[in-house]
Design a protein around this ligand. Structure first.
Ligand code: REY
Length: 430
């Protein structure tokens, strides 16, 4: 669904819907999924908007979260929040440990699995064009690829195929695993073969189990149906129409062009020096994780997606129809898209990313009017990633009451930039 840009920003819908007796019924849409066995579905669409005004972002809280990420080992971190009243960017630390260049909110970096949302959008556009159906077996389009013909396209996009994640064994030892593939070029088939050498993790459709293999097969589907490399599909269907000038897919080139953030991988051994992991093919991930982007482009992407500018109403409804990924019932997955339910009741949609040297978050509200992207230039350092994730609460929920134990205070000054709104005027796709 899309909303008029002039429509007043409101929030609090999920809290009020929940208080009013639980979830609203699922909207009917031709592409809406059947509920996976034994899993309660959360609603795909927001309840009718209520009149409460949205919270102002707590940019001190955002900076505190960025500083916490650096305190936990990231050389630098940054975030960009885009809302109808303007853009707010914050950066701390360095983007290059050798030159000492400060983190820069215009710099490019590896977005890891936020790439999965790009791949899902392309595949769902092909659904919109009638070129594939979500509930058909993958074997209908890629005969003989997978041994289990019950695995459907929707199982891939929801991480319910049971296909083992080959990256778990590949990166069991972090730095040796990375160095073994840093310059390697894999075919999709080789990556699928690595997965198929392991037993399936679940029956098809039975449970959510995140696996990069699913989005490798999505890349194969895109290439089979379009007859072109996935790079062309990203370019023609997303990057060009949205004017994402800092976004690219350069596989198997190892470089990040232009102004870039250098990535630093934490070894498993405590105290060992960080490994500069900037240059790599990311061939081990490809359509599951090899896109390069910037904070402004990520906000433009998630915002355009949620505003309905990339997909039909029905496929966006399907994409945002989610099931829980853990027992907290605050984290969900749709079709190549996560949903987080924040403490203030606001629901945000987007993806997280981890690729050696880079942690990324890219999320937007369901109406696409508020977006946040955040990154830290390290990985294999869970505490830094958790700290970075705190930017979401601060940005979308605003300041906590002063008495709240989790009320945040900034620990170091950040480089700030604020500017008036600069919305990209793009047509809706129907
Ligand atoms: C791969 C390991 C992470 C990263 C992954 N990323 O699957 C996909 C995603 C694309 O979801 C590496 N960890 C690290 C290790 C752990 O090597 N032994 O943290 O950089 O974004």
């Amino acid at each position: 669904m899309s909303l008029s840009p002039r429509r007043r920003l409101t929030v609090g819908v999920s809290v009020i819907a929940a208080l009013a007796g639980g979830f609203a019924p699922l909207a009917t849409a031709s592409a809406a999924p059947a509920a996976p066995r034994g899993v309660a579905q959360a609603p795909a669409s927001p309840a009718p908007e209520m009149s409460a005004t949205i919270a102002a972002p707590d940019m001190d809280g955002v900076v505190a979260a960025l500083n916490a990420a650096t305190a936990k080992g990231a050389p630098g971190a940054m975030a960009r929040y885009t809302a109808p009243d303007g853009v707010r960017s914050r950066a701390v630390g360095v983007r290059d440990r050798v030159s000492g260049a400060p983190m820069d909110v215009d710099a490019r970096f590896r977005i890891g699995s936020v790439s999965k949302t790009f791949s899902a959008v392309v595949l769902l556009q092909l659904v919109d064009e009638g070129r594939l159906k979500l509930d058909r077996p993958v074997g209908r389009y890629l005969p003989g690829l997978l041994p289990d013909d019950r695995i459907t396209v929707r199982h891939l996009l929801t991480h319910r195929s049971g296909l083992a994640d080959y990256t778990e064994a590949m990166f069991n030892q972090t730095v040796p695993g990375f160095e073994a593939v840093r310059n390697r070029v894999f075919s999709y088939q080789e990556l699928v073969d690595l997965s198929l050498a392991e037993p399936p993790t679940t029956e098809p459709g039975a449970a959510y189990k995140y696996s990069n293999t699913n989005f490798v097969v999505v890349g194969m589907l895109i290439e089979k149906l379009t007859g072109r490399p996935v790079a062309d599909a990203y370019q023609r269907r997303i990057i060009k129409p949205l004017g994402l000038r800092q976004t690219s897919y350069v596989h198997p080139d190892t470089r990040i062009k232009g102004l870039r953030v250098r990535g630093y991988l934490h070894p498993d051994e405590a105290g060992a020096p960080l490994v500069d992991s900037t240059e790599q093919t990311v061939s081990w991930a490809q359509s599951a994780g090899a896109v390069i982007s910037s904070p402004a482009d990520l906000n433009a992407f998630t915002s355009a997606l949620l505003r309905g500018r990339l997909l039909s109403r029905a496929t966006l409804e399907a994409m945002t129809t989610v099931t829980p990924t853990d027992t907290t019932v605050t984290r969900f997955y749709g079709l190549g898209l996560r949903r987080y339910d924040l403490s203030c009741g606001t629901r945000i949609y987007g993806h997280t990313g981890t690729v050696q040297g880079y942690y990324t978050y890219a999320f937007s509200t369901r109406d696409g009017r508020r977006s946040l992207s955040a990154m830290a230039n390290t990985s294999n350092r869970g505490e830094a990633n958790t700290a970075l994730g705190d930017t979401l609460e601060a940005a979308f929920c605003g300041k906590k009451p002063a008495s709240s134990p989790s009320a945040r205070t900034a620990t170091a000054p950040a480089r700030d930039a604020e500017s008036p709104p600069a919305e990209r005027d793009l047509p809706e796709r129907r």
